[in-house]
Design a protein around this ligand. Structure first.
Ligand code: DAH
Length: 349
């Protein structure tokens, strides 16, 4: 067979061989079998030097033609195989979206946390910052710095859980109120002070429909140059209207707390009967609901943290989160909050 016939023969057989290559590797082998050194084409290329000078350009031209045609067939096949490869990969990686997945039931934050968030948001809206403090607290912060004398009944072991009871200088207890954070904040920050303190508190209580030994409070403290009782009332009136509704009225009832003077309890008008419907299911006909404790910061507390009571005045308040949530949602037993009954928790989505 002369050279051109050999080339034609290769070209005739090439398409079938190229098409038969089922993978890129196989195609690589077919390609070097057709075009490589030891292929028929390779042989013709090597023999060029020995050809008759008249024949050489003819065979050369044919050689190039055939090589190019084969190369182009190989490239086409390679592109097709690459697409197939990609499709195969995609098919292997495919996620069956029709497959049933594990669906989480709608979860929600606990109603108490929702209530805390709401209370805190109202005060943050007024420019208050949020503070926290330790639940295992020194008696000094929980009582002494808050102007509470050593003989005060709330300090008795029957009321307070002591972790380290004895030397009054370093008694450690589970805080009975969030008020100690007032002291901790003022010790470490210069006035003016506008903070709210959400947190857990602990008391030696026997559990019943209205008492738990662990519950939550939100404390508030404002100290500035000319804070007055009317600021306290206006602030709490704003809070009450945001929390219970725009028609809510507030009133102060005189009270006593060691760390405020004067002290008061704040009542809000009943949001259910708008005041004094006999037998109202929320207020029982009283028209008012007891809401929280408050007062003007006692100068002794300011002195205890090194603030000058002649320059500064302030107000403070502390509210029970469980109580607020119970009133607002008509929950008649505080134990529902900790029973972990999904029928109860699920009502507060
Ligand atoms: N700490 C008080 C309690 O647990 C509540 C309270 C009353 C907080 C008056 C205050 C306040 O900041 O001014 O009963």
């Amino acid at each position: 067979m002369d050279s051109t016939a050999a080339l034609d023969d290769v070209l005739a057989k090439a398409p079938a061989a190229i098409d038969a290559a089922g993978t890129l590797d196989e195609l690589g082998r077919v390609e070097s079998g057709l075009l490589g050194k030891s292929s028929a084409i390779g042989e013709v290329r090597r023999s060029m030097g020995g050809l008759d000078p008249a024949e050489r350009p003819i065979v050369g031209a044919r050689l190039n033609e055939v090589t190019e045609q084969i190369q182009s067939l190989v490239e086409k096949r390679r592109a097709a195989l690459e697409v197939e490869d990609e499709a195969l990969l995609l098919a292997q990686d495919r996620i069956d979206v029709t497959l049933e997945s594990y669906v989480l039931p709608d979860a929600t934050t606990h109603v108490l946390q929702q209530t805390i968030d709401e209370i805190v948001d109202i005060f943050v809206g007024l420019g208050y910052r949020v503070a926290d403090g330790p639940e295992a607290e020194l008696a000094w912060y929980n009582f002494d710095a808050l102007n509470t004398p050593p003989t005060h009944p709330s300090r008795l072991e029957s009321d307070t859980v002591y972790l380290d009871y004895g030397d009054p200088a370093d008694e450690v207890l589970l805080r009975t109120q969030t008020s100690p954070v007032q002291v901790r904040w003022m010790e470490t920050h210069d006035p003016p002070v506008y903070v709210v303190v959400p947190g857990k508190v602990y008391r030696k209580e026997t559990t019943d429909a209205t008492h738990l030994p662990v519950f939550h409070q939100v404390e508030g403290l404002a100290v500035d140059e000319s804070i007055r009782l009317s600021d306290l009332k206006g602030t709490l009136a704003h809070f009450s209207r945001e929390f219970f509704g725009p028609k809510t009225e507030v009133r102060f009832r005189p009270h006593f707390f060691p760390f405020t003077e004067p002290s008061a309890e704040l009542d809000v008008s009943c949001f259910d009967c708008d005041g004094g419907e006999p037998g109202c299911r929320v207020c029982g006909g009283a028209g008012w609901l007891e809401m929280l404790g408050c007062g003007m910061v006692d100068p002794a507390v300011l002195e205890a943290v090194g603030y000058d009571p002649d320059q500064l005045s302030g107000f403070a308040f502390g509210m029970g989160v469980e109580r607020l949530a119970m009133v607002r949602y008509g929950i008649n037993d505080i134990r529902h909050f900790v029973d972990n009954d999904l029928r109860f928790l699920g009502r507060f989505r």
